[in-house]
Design a protein around this ligand. Structure first.
Ligand SMILES: [Fe+2]
Length: 284
């Protein structure tokens, strides 16, 4: 990993965003005095959203995944002998000072902004090597973590072959990385979508992660479909031309595709509305 640099908006947008990982020097107003116990106790609250990952024997095939809220006993029984990590969503709702992180990236459209997640790890704790299909900023708060990055996995086939079967998580097998690094407490890291990464905590640690998410293309297509379909009269039918062989011609379907393009390009198709609706459908 290269040396950290100062965050400069236009450089970030042009050279880094969606392209490569980059370490940055942290802004002066990002000195957060966060208490690990205070953050882990959020997971006791009924309306909190949290997850716990345990990896007995550091074997990813033994990974145990539980969703919160948790009870006192579940938290106090976490042992340094079994690597664990707790993820707590929506931290800025509990700790509004954290909104300065979002403010720093106020050029990112509001509909793409995710919440701030806290990740608490015990010794050797990790969330497993994985890929996020969205951009993420990592801000370490306390404790040391060893990070490694792989090259981007561009093929869907390779990605699927590498996944360890799990209903909720997309953990990668055969994670290989030549270099490891740490993120200083005066630094933060940007990770682009699709870049496999792995962070293992050397000791008890807390880091924050701020994601920038775009909806799944499949969902956007679904939303566009419903928006377009309501502009066509239900009685309108496909017009086909006849030919002497009695075979349907594909050009008629092309005509429908053309109509779709015309409808999509109409000025009143609002991109913000489409993204908002896609997020609602996807439930995040
Ligand atoms: Fe991640």
């Amino acid at each position: 990993m290269n040396q950290s640099i100062d965050f400069e908006k236009s450089h970030f947008i042009k050279n880094i965003w969606n392209k490569k990982a980059q370490l940055y020097r942290r802004p002066d107003n990002w000195n957060f005095d966060l208490d690990l116990n205070e953050i882990s106790s959020i997971t006791l609250e009924e309306e909190s959203i949290s997850r716990l990952i345990k990896i007995p024997d550091n074997n990813l095939h033994n990974l145990e995944y539980t969703q919160g809220p948790f009870n006192e006993e579940e938290l106090t029984s976490l042992s340094p002998n079994i690597p664990w990590s707790i993820m707590v969503q929506n931290l800025e709702q509990y700790l509004p000072d954290l909104n300065v992180i979002k403010d720093k990236f106020n050029f990112i459209p509001e509909d793409l902004r995710e919440d701030i997640m806290g990740v608490i790890c015990g010794p050797n704790g990790s969330t497993g090597p994985h890929i996020d299909q969205y951009s993420v900023f990592i801000i370490p708060i306390s404790g040391k973590k060893t990070w490694s990055l792989e090259s981007k996995i561009n093929s869907v086939e390779e990605f699927n072959n590498r996944l360890i079967p799990h209903d909720d998580l997309k953990i990668l097998r055969n994670f290989k990385s030549n270099t490891t690094f740490t993120i200083g407490l005066d630094e933060f890291l940007y990770i682009p979508p699709g870049l496999a990464h792995h962070a293992v905590s050397d000791e008890l640690s807390l880091s924050l992660s701020y994601g920038v998410k775009t909806p799944r293309v499949q969902i956007i297509l679904d939303v566009l479909y419903t928006k377009v379909i309501e502009r066509i009269h239900e009685d309108e039918r496909l017009k086909v031309s006849l030919n002497k062989d009695g075979i349907l011609n594909f050009k008629e379907i092309n005509e429908v595709s053309r109509l779709l393009e015309v409808l999509l390009n109409q000025n009143n198709m609002n991109i913000d509305e489409v993204i908002k609706e896609a997020r609602l459908w996807e439930g995040y």
